[in-house]
Design a protein around this ligand. Structure first.
Ligand code: NAP
Length: 333
């Protein structure tokens, strides 16, 4: 009997994350209903929204139920179809989760155009991180040549594209990341002119000397004390894009986010609360532009790989603890 392997939430975290929050299950292939498609996962992925959904805190995404398959963006091959638009062998993208053989409604799937970019790039540059950086930075930040653009979690999946897109716009991108290895990666591979380690004792002094109170665009992916430090360096009518709250999401005290809103007000900054989901109708247009930069060698995908479903729980904990740089993709055999 053919079976699918999957990872479900076993219990909710109290403070930190550990692999035993998850459980591996094996289930028989269910029969396919009309308009359904059976898939084989080629790649799945790790993302901060998974951490949010482990907890019951109110957010824009609903918490996972205990026993629910952990949602994730996947790239899959169609192996059986009862949907007229899909045939075996096609490669599709969808939020299908940590499982080897998902069953999906055709409406949940996006066909992948491999002429634009290889399948894995549909999880990185042409997937959620690339599209988020594209719309948040180019649509709302609109950096101009020589503008100072500051991005937090600069060596992460979204931050890795934001720096490159800011550099393509001719701006001076300043990244903030945890530790020298990530700062080095941000400068070397992610388009940042400079990268600052927020754990350094003189971080605030470094930020002041690098930006001089002239930050024109601030793409904030983490919030908390790091965002507070950037607020002190905003220029007049700066654009602040609230895109992620990793520090609060990963904290036992999520209510303690930033305190320095005074500087936002003093500098008449615009705050935009960003959601990539609001731009779904424009994803094709963004993918065309991102793919053109990829093909021209002007954009790097910065993918990090983990192999095998069974290694996901530990990899997820390492991810939350900041051990990866770039988009983390799990390749299933
Ligand atoms: N609004 C939207 O539509 C949208 C879409 C996609 C993503 N997002 C959000 O954007 C943010 C970045 O997403 P991503 O996929 O690119 O993830 P990511 O930045 O790759 O996330 C992992 C990184 O977060 C950093 N981090 C973890 N805990 C932290 C803490 N307490 N303080 C500061 N940094 C911490 C670590 O980097 P360091 O080692 O450098 O600290 C870690 O490597 C997330 O908050 C995500 O929810 C929003």
């Amino acid at each position: 009997v053919p079976t699918s392997h999957r990872i479900v939430l076993a219990r909710r975290p109290l403070v930190g994350v550990s692999p035993d929050l998850f459980r591996m299950e094996t289930v028989e292939f269910p029969p396919l209903d009309l308009m359904q498609v059976r898939l084989r996962t080629l790649y799945t992925s790790l993302a901060p929204f998974q951490r949010q959904r482990l907890s019951e805190t109110r957010s824009y995404v609903k918490p996972f139920a205990i026993g629910e398959v952990v949602a994730a963006d996947n790239i899959c091959e169609v192996i059986e179809s009862r949907h007229p638009d899909f045939v075996g062998g096609e490669v599709v993208a969808g939020r299908l989760g940590w499982q080897t053989h998902p069953v999906a409604d055709g409406r949940q799937l996006t066909k992948i155009d491999q002429a634009l970019a290889p399948p894995s790039a549909w999880l990185s540059a042409l997937g959620s991180p690339g599209l988020t950086a594209y719309f948040a930075l180019l649509e709302f930040g609109q950096p101009k040549p020589d503008d100072i653009v500051v991005v937090t979690s600069a060596a992460g999946a979204v931050g890795g594209f934001a720096g490159q897109l800011a550099a393509l716009a001719g701006a001076r991108a300043v990244g903030i990341a945890g530790g020298p290895r990530k700062c080095d990666h941000a400068v070397r591979n992610c388009g940042y002119a400079a990268a600052l380690d927020y754990r350094a004792t003189n971080f605030k002094e470094q930020l002041a000397s690098e930006t001089n109170g002239r930050v024109a665009v601030f793409l904030d992916l983490v919030g908390g004390e790091i965002a507070d430090a950037v607020f002190e360096q905003l220029g007049l009518r700066a654009k602040v894009i609230l895109c992620g709250r990793t520090a609060a999401v990963n904290s036992a005290t999520p209510e303690r986010d930033f305190a320095n809103l005074r500087y936002v007000w003093v500098q008449e900054a615009d705050i935009h609360s960003f959601s990539a989901y609001a731009h779904v109708h424009r994803f094709p247009e963004a993918r065309t532009r991102l793919a053109a930069w990829l093909k021209a060698g002007r954009l790097r995908t910065n993918e990090e790989y983990v192999h095998g479903l069974a290694n996901i729980p530990q990899a997820f904990c390492n991810f939350i603890n900041g051990q990866f740089a770039g988009r983390v993709i799990i390749e299933l055999e």
